[in-house]
Ligand binder design. Structure first.
Ligand code: GLC
Ligand code: CA
Length: 513
């Protein structure tokens, strides 16, 4: 699964913002790379207080990104390239500009309109203290006061009011949205903040008012599983034998441990729930081994897919400390049993862009923490598609009024990461991903083969998958003598005298014990 952040993927009309036509034009690139499906992050009309995760109309396309007709064309052309599309559903909150929230503000305290959201009186004599001590995930408190004095809850930005999921009109509204997109022919959904939505009755204070992935009064509430059973039956009610086939959904569940994930993996729950272990675990052999074991014990990999990066976290090249480590991580990711999610640009080895001028930063986390958290813009910089030229090929060179600056600035030299700049080099990042994805299709063990650890020195991991596949990863600083093998299928760095250098991984064939 390849994650597309549409505003940063490819700009067809030269306004500096990625769009659906840009994505359609890149479908042959994605097919050649070897992906099966695209997860499209929000492309709906939005005031962009949070990169589109503040939706003001759940059933349309932002005019800056395209039209519903172009969305249909994306599905049709995707089918020609054997690429399915899943869309992002944002059910925890909407935009404060959404007509439902605007109606709630207008209708006043005690109204049925307000009960779709979470409005409360404040504390203190004048009601000028927020109703509880919950923090916003973006910094500051999770409450904002409306003009009439009531407060509304927003676990993210103040422009993202939380829905009241205990009001039956809310699940009814979202079931309509889900059917709208499934009827159009999407293969499924990615569910935003899938551990959220339900809040504990009475909205009690947190003992420690800090962000965490632990279950608390507003995350991992038990009611969520009943909701997912109903969504699963909606998904399963679509015919499996027609294109796009069985419909899926993947939940964004940030959990403190695999055991917190467990209830989401009930047989009648969501088809998939992310496991973020490769993002949250330290990049060290014992931690990664424990994370892999715990996840496989829960779900066998397919229902809790693997992921190294997304639009919310520091890019792997930077987070893991070097391009070498990120290349090794890619081979580990793609050798694990189950499905894998890639974030656009990971295949190009893009680093996090750390030098974005404050004035250009967009992420509400940067603004709400007054810059204490630099935010997530650095992994959202528009992709380079050519070695040079305006916006390094992100926008067309010949567009009227060009060059138009991309909506987030690209650093100098960004074009050296572009696919044409890498294609001719057999050792490039891009070719590593391309080769790995090809092998993933052709090596039978990389399908259903179970994982079996082999003995290996400290700071290394070696595992086999049957029949006849071995993956070796060197996390340490000493060369690792390769285990007995017949051939080297792929390695993330040149091998020296049959040893795997530090910060490298290799895929081997052979019958290892
Ligand atoms: C999810 C999204 C993130 C967004 C947040 C609020 O974590 O991945 O980008 O800011 O939800 O919708
Ligand atoms: Ca555009």
């Amino acid at each position: 699964m390849y994650q597309v952040y549409p505003r940063s993927f490819a700009d067809d009309n030269g306004d500096g913002i990625g769009d659906l036509r840009g994505l359609i034009a890149k479908l042959p690139y994605l097919e050649d790379l070897g992906v099966d499906a695209v997860w499209l992050t929000p492309f709906y009309p939005s005031p962009l207080a949070d990169g589109g995760y503040d939706v003001s109309d759940y059933r349309d396309v932002d005019p800056r990104i395209g039209t519903l007709e172009e969305f249909d064309e994306l599905l049709r052309t995707g089918r020609e390239h054997n690429i399915r599309v899943i869309v992002d559903l944002v059910p925890n909150h909407c935009s404060s500009e959404h007509p439902l929230f605007q109606a709630a503000l207008a209708a006043g305290p005690g109204s049925p309109e307000r009960d779709l959201f979470i409005f409360r009186e404040g504390r203190g004599d004048a009601g000028d203290e927020p109703p509880n001590n919950w923090p916003s995930n973006f910094g500051g408190r999770a409450w904002t006061r409306a003009a009439d004095g009531q407060w509304y809850l927003h676990l993210f930005d103040s422009a993202q009011p939380d829905f009241n999921w205990l009001n039956p009109a809310v699940p009814e509204f979202f079931e309509g949205v889900i059917r709208f997109w499934l009827d159009r022919g999407v293969a499924g959904l990615r569910i935003d903040v899938a551990h959220g939505m339900f809040k504990e009755e009475g909205l009690p204070d947190l003992a420690v008012p800090e962000r965490s992935n632990r279950p608390n009064s507003y995350t991992h509430r038990p009611e969520i599983h009943e909701l997912y059973r109903t969504w699963r039956s909606v998904l399963d009610s679509y015919p499996a034998d027609d294109y796009p086939g069985e419909r899926t959904a993947v939940g964004e569940v940030w959990a403190d441990s695999p055991s917190t994930l467990a209830p989401y993996l009930a047989p009648d729950g969501l088809p998939q729930v992310f496991n973020f272990e490769l993002i949250t675990s330290p990049w060290k052999a014992p931690d990664i081994r424990a994370a892999v074991d715990a996840t496989l014990a829960l779900a066998g990999g397919s229902r809790a897919p693997w992921v190294l990066g997304n639009h919310d976290v520091t890019r792997p090249v930077t987070r893991l400390g070097s391009p070498e480590a990120a290349r090794a991580a890619a081979l580990l990711l793609l050798a694990l049993p189950g499905s894998a999610y890639l974030y656009q640009g990971e295949e190009l080895g893009l680093p996090e862009v750390t030098r974005i001028p404050d004035a250009a930063r967009q992420d509400p986390r940067f603004h709400r923490t007054k810059g204490r958290s630099v935010g997530r813009d650095g992994c959202r910089v528009p992709l380079p598609w050519s070695p040079d030229g305006p916006a390094y090929g992100f926008s067309p060179a010949d567009s009227p009024g060009s060059p138009v600056a991309p909506w987030l600035p690209q650093p100098d030299g960004w074009g050296t990461y572009s696919p044409p700049a890498q294609a001719g080099d057999p050792d490039s990042f891009y070719n590593l991903y391309r080769n790995a994805l090809r092998l993933r299709r052709s090596v039978p063990a990389l399908g259903a083969g179970a994982l079996r650890w082999l003995e290996s020195p400290d700071d290394t991991l070696v595992f086999a998958r049957d029949p006849g596949f071995v993956c070796a990863v060197n996390f340490g600083s000493a060369p690792l003598p390769l285990p007995a093998h017949d051939t080297v299928l792929l390695s993330s760095a040149p091998l020296a005298d049959g040893t795997l250098p530090p910060r490298a991984a290799a895929w081997l064939t052979g019958t290892a014990e």
